[in-house]
Design a protein around this ligand. Sequence first.
Ligand SMILES: NC(=O)c1ccc[n+]([C@@H]2O[C@H](COP(=O)([O-])OP(=O)(O)OC[C@H]3O[C@@H](n4cnc5c(N)ncnc54)[C@H](OP(=O)(O)O)[C@@H]3O)[C@@H](O)[C@H]2O)c1
Length: 156
Amino acid sequence: MHVPVILVGAMTKDRVIGQGDKMPWDIPEEYQTFIDNIRGQTVVMGRKSYDVFGPDLTSAYAIVVSRGDPDVSVPVAHGIDKALKLAHSYGKKVFVAGGSQIYELALPHANRMYLSEIKQDYAGDRYFPEFDRQQWQIVREDEHARFIYREWKRLG
Ligand SMILES: NC(=O)c1ccc[n+]([C@@H]2O[C@H](COP(=O)([O-])OP(=O)(O)OC[C@H]3O[C@@H](n4cnc5c(N)ncnc54)[C@H](OP(=O)(O)O)[C@@H]3O)[C@@H](O)[C@H]2O)c1
């Protein structure tokens, strides 16, 4: 694969990423790092997350993953393989921005992760998948007031 696949998102120490359709926190500084990362790049997102975050993705080339035919103004891919193939054809960086189901499907394809760890604990029912930390190395870490931003690279 010529272009890295980058998972991007924010989670608590317990890997909570969402509660129902929503994110459990409102941390504008963290959300801005996400928006800055994806600007001008390609973003693959699950249909449920796109329903909520789609309006914020106008600066990026969005692709929605769905089994159906949702009424959206961006391309729809019926599976992660098709989504990543289309994403690679754009020649931009390829980000996968959740939610839980789509992170799970994309993790085996990913060789980078840009993840913010939210310092405060929040309850939720959507999680980032577990990953083997032995297979990943932190290549950047920035401390912020309410979160720690880390860039991870897959080893080997
Ligand atoms: N903290 C963060 O950084 C972050 C980022 C993004 C999202 N979130 C949170 O994540 C939660 C949403 O995650 P979620 O897991 O419920 O939903 P999701 O991953 O956003 O979307 C799930 C949808 O993806 C489609 N899908 C799933 N598997 C598929 C497959 N094998 N082939 C084709 N399509 C498939 C289906 O769409 P159809 O139903 O249309 O078929 C499914 O309903 C929300 O709470 C959101 O706030 C958090």
